[in-house]
Design a protein around this ligand. Structure first.
Ligand SMILES: C[S@@+](CC[C@H](N)C(=O)[O-])C[C@H]1O[C@@H](n2cnc3c(N)ncnc32)[C@H](O)[C@@H]1O
Length: 228
């Protein structure tokens, strides 16, 4: 077939363009991650120390990892996800960032069979708890309690239901939609999430109201000492 183009002087040029078009871009796009990465990074820069190692759970597309690692140059970022197809997207978004480790397959419901950096100074998890079974909450807390350094922080981001704050109509509709898609999914009550945290020795340090009716929850060890 190529021989049919033999008369074309710029054949090679066309051929390389065609090859590029044929190579699928592994980067997946999340419009919400594109929007919320800016306010989340501003909070991470405020609540985290200048240097450390971060373990990200449920990195998704990798847009967060790339943005946060670039904005936190003193941090080494370990992205992970339970979905094998996500790993190529994460690595592609983080290509060229020296402070991001290759994405690792990690399902919080399965004991990690890979070696992860530990202890870590931060565990970050955005938007997983409502789109995964409730059992992932305790699993995430156990992972954080096991992996965090004594002064480490668990940072959660997403929509939550709160007793004292009326739920925004958009979040109620999102909750109904999630439950229809999968009865095991749905927005979690902040109080229930924190109860699971308390069970493993973590407590709420700070609650930050974020745009679009989301919350950033910063948790720390109840007893911040290595022999806790
Ligand atoms: C809505 S996406 C959020 C992605 C990203 N954190 C963000 O905020 O854009 C939910 C992610 O949770 C991951 N996930 C679901 N169940 C999980 C589990 N058991 N362990 C780890 N990740 C899980 C999915 O693969 C998916 O990437």
């Amino acid at each position: 077939m190529d021989a049919a183009h033999g008369g074309s002087t710029d054949f090679g040029h066309h051929h390389s363009l065609e090859s590029e078009r044929m190579t699928p871009d592994p980067r997946q796009h999340s419009p919400s991650a594109e929007r919320n990465r800016v306010p989340i990074l501003a909070q991470l820069q405020r609540v985290l120390p200048p240097t450390g190692i971060a373990l990200e759970i449920a990195s998704g597309t990798g847009q967060h990892a790339a943005h946060f690692a670039a904005g936190l140059p003193g941090w080494l970022w370990q992205p992970t996800d339970a979905e094998p197809l996500a790993l190529a997207s994460i690595d592609a978004w983080c290509d060229g960032l020296a402070n991001v480790l290759p994405a690792v397959h990690l399902d919080v419901l399965a004991a990690p069979s890979v070696s992860l950096p530990a202890p870590v100074d931060a565990v970050f998890c955005a938007n997983m708890l409502h789109i995964a079974p409730w059992s992932t909450c305790l699993a995430l807390m156990q992972l954080a309690a096991h992996g965090l350094s004594p002064e480490g922080r668990l940072v959660l981001y997403g929509p939550y239901l709160e007793e004292e704050v009326p739920t925004a109509p958009g979040n109620l509709a999102f909750d109904a939609d999630l439950r229809e898609r999968n009865p095991a999914w749905g927005l979690r009550r902040r109080a229930d999430v924190l109860a699971q945290a308390h069970a493993v020795g973590l407590r709420l340090r700070e609650r930050v109201a974020m745009p679009a009716n989301n919350l950033l929850l910063v948790l720390e060890r109840t007893v911040p000492s290595s022999d806790a």
